[in-house]
Design a protein around this ligand. Structure first.
Ligand code: ZN
Length: 138
C-alpha cells in the first residue's frame, strides 16, 4: 500500500476517511466511530485513550476562534463585551461538538504521518505468516 503524502492525509481527514486507504468512512454517526476501517482493517483507536490527543486539536481551534473572534469584534467593531460573552459562550460549546470528528480524523492523520511504520505494517497477523516455499515439498 503506497504511503500517502501530508496533503493527502489532511484531505482524507477533512473528508473523515481512513488515513491509510482513504476508501472508507471513519464514522457511522455524529459521535460513533468504526473500530477498524471497513476497507483496510486499520484499527482506529490505536491504544486505550488514544484520542485524548484529539482534544488538544479541538481545544486549540476553539481557543483560537474565540480569541481572534472576540478581539476582532470587540476592538475592531466596538461590539459590547456582554453581548460577545453570550456569543462566544455558544461558540465554546458548539465548536468542539461540531469539530469532534474532524479533530479525531486529524489526530489520526498526524499520527499516520509521523508514526508511518506502525500504520503500514501488515494489518493482520494472518497475513504475516510465512508462506510455504515452492518446490520444497518434492
Ligand atoms: Zn482504511
Amino acid at each position: 500500500m503506497p504511503r500517502p503524502s501530508a496533503s493527502t492525509l489532511i484531505a482524507r481527514a477533512l473528508h473523515l476517511r481512513c488515513p491509510r486507504c482513504g476508501e472508507a468512512k471513519m464514522f457511522t454517526g455524529l459521535f460513533r466511530m468504526h473500530e477498524t476501517c471497513p476497507h483496510c482493517r486499520l484499527r482506529f483507536e490505536r491504544e486505550p485513550g488514544y484520542f485524548l490527543g484529539s482534544i488538544y486539536i479541538n481545544y486549540g481551534l476553539t481557543a483560537l476562534l474565540t480569541a481572534v473572534g472576540y478581539t476582532t469584534l470587540r476592538f475592531g467593531y466596538d461590539i459590547e463585551a456582554r453581548a460577545l460573552l453570550y456569543v462566544f459562550l455558544g461558540v465554546c460549546v458548539a465548536v468542539p461538538i461540531v469539530f469532534f470528528r474532524y479533530a479525531r480524523a486529524l489526530w489520526l492523520a498526524l499520527d499516520c504521518r509521523f508514526e508511518n511504520d506502525a500504520f503500514f505494517q501488515t494489518a493482520s497477523p494472518a497475513r504475516a505468516e510465512p508462506q510455504p516455499k515452492r518446490g520444497s515439498d518434492e
